[in-house]
Structures are given as structure tokens and as C-alpha cells.
Design a protein around this ligand. Structure first.
Ligand code: DC
Length: 235
């Protein structure tokens, strides 16, 4: 695994953010990371990247040992985005960004994310990326499992209607237009998969702060989180 050097000094926190699909974790996480000079890490991107690569290489995405041997074979790199605030996933030297948001990849990723050995493998990478601090990491099990001792734990939630609208905007901006009804149904299905998964399901972590973003702008949510971070830095 390749990661960039960190240069900033001082006490750098681990900020863990969890929540369901389409809740705005990425936008908020990037805003928070940018303000703090931290790296933002979207762990869903890693599950999606592996799924996309398996589909590309005609690996059966329901066959755990085949998916795992692909995961081990690949070279995983996490390199800063153009604006420097996010770490983006590269597989065998190629950015996965353009490929991983398609609906068929999203659907199949749920099955891959339910595989215990895949979760263990990606969880190890996530811990190595975040262990030195200075990171805002988002996913489903970051505060419950990946970093249960994170300095700040946030659980972000919003109504299904609001989440579907946000996902539509995200898909459109990345060149994947979609219908509201089908996106809403897909999110509900993903919620079920995330909540009912046997290994590390989406859950509210002990000590987490719950933020309902249904009626807040994502900038307002980011400001709330930054306030919590600044309080934590004083201790
Ligand atoms: O956040 P997202 O929709 O891009 O995540 C893609 C998939 O990966 C989704 O099915 C949930 C899963 N996931 C997970 O199981 N654990 C994580 N830490 C992050 C994402």
C-alpha cells in the first residue's frame, strides 16, 4: 500500500463518520478535512473499487475467495486529490474514480461488502491510512469497528427523501443521470443490506454525536462537526 507523506505538526485527530447511503458524508467530510488540513478518506470507494475491478476482470462477485485473491493481487495506492484534501483510490496505478459510481457497481458492492475476509482486508488498509491521525474517515463501521477509539465520532442521518435527492445530484454531477424513484428504492435496499449485514453492520457507535442533516445544509453540518472538533482539541 502506498500513502503520501504527512507534513503538518501538532496533535492530529482521527475523526470517524458513519451513516447511511446518500446522507452527505463525503461532502461534509471533505469540508471538514479541508478546514483542518486533514485528509478525507471515503471507505465506500474501496469496496466499490474492488467490486468494479472484479467486474472488469470477470471475477464472480459472489465468490468470496475469488474476490479476495483479486484484492491481494492488486496494488492499492491512496494518493491526494487535485485539491489535496482527499485520498483517492488507485488500483494497479489507475484511478478508480471514473468507474465506481455506476448503479450496477453500487448494487454489486453490497454483496462484496458483506464478505468477512474482504471487510478484514479493507479494514486493515483503513487503519494503516488513519492510524497517525489527521484524517476524516467515513463509512458504515468506522466508529464502531475500524477506529472505536477515534477522537471524534459522528453519526450522520437524514430522511430517505432528502438522501435520494442528494444522491441524484451526486450522480448527475458525475455524469450518471438517474430517476428519483429508482434511486430511492436502491438506497432503501442498500440501507437494509448495511443494517442487516452480519459482520460490522451500520450502527450508532458508543459516544458518537448524532446529527440529523435533513433540514441542514451540508455546510451547516460541517460547521457543527468543526465545533465538536475544536472542543475536543482543547481537552
Ligand atoms: O458509501 P457508499 O455508498 O459509497 O458505499 C458503497 C458500499 O460499501 C455500500 O454498499 C456500503 C459499503 N460500505 C461498507 O460496508 N462499509 C464501509 N465502511 C463503507 C462502505
Amino acid at each position: 500500500m502506498t500513502t503520501p507523506e504527512r507534513t503538518k505538526k501538532g496533535r492530529r485527530l482521527i475523526i470517524a463518520m458513519d451513516g447511511p447511503a446518500g446522507v452527505g458524508k463525503s461532502t461534509v467530510g471533505q469540508l471538514v478535512a479541508k478546514d483542518l488540513g486533514y485528509f478525507f478518506v471515503n471507505t465506500g470507494e474501496m469496496y466499490r473499487a474492488l467490486t468494479w475491478k472484479a467486474m472488469e476482470e470477470k471475477v464472480d462477485v459472489t465468490d468470496e475467495s475469488a474476490v479476495m485473491s483479486l484484492a491481494r493481487r492488486l496494488s492499492w495506492e491512496f494518493l491526494p486529490s487535485e485539491n489535496g484534501s482527499s485520498l483517492k483510490t488507485y488500483l494497479d496505478g489507475e484511478s478508480v474514480a471514473a468507474h465506481i459510481r455506476a448503479e450496477d457497481v453500487s448494487r454489486k458492492t453490497s454483496a462484496v461488502a458483506a464478505m468477512p475476509s474482504v471487510r478484514q482486508f479493507l479494514c486493515d488498509l483503513q487503519r494503516r491510512l488513519g492510524q497517525e491521525g489527521g484524517v476524516v474517515m467515513e463509512g458504515r463501521d468506522i466508529a464502531t469497528h475500524v477506529f472505536p477509539n477515534a477522537d471524534v465520532k459522528i453519526y450522520l442521518d437524514a430522511s430517505i427523501e432528502e438522501r435520494a435527492k442528494r444522491r441524484i445530484r451526486q450522480l448527475r454531477s458525475s455524469g450518471h443521470p438517474a430517476q428519483l424513484a429508482s434511486v430511492r428504492d436502491a438506497i432503501l435496499q442498500r440501507d437494509r443490506n448495511d443494517l442487516e449485514r452480519k459482520i460490522n453492520p451500520l450502527a450508532y457507535a458508543e459516544g458518537a454525536t448524532l446529527i440529523d442533516s435533513t433540514r441542514l445544509s451540508l455546510h451547516e453540518v460541517a460547521r457543527k462537526i468543526l465545533k465538536i472538533v475544536h472542543e475536543r482539541q482543547k481537552r
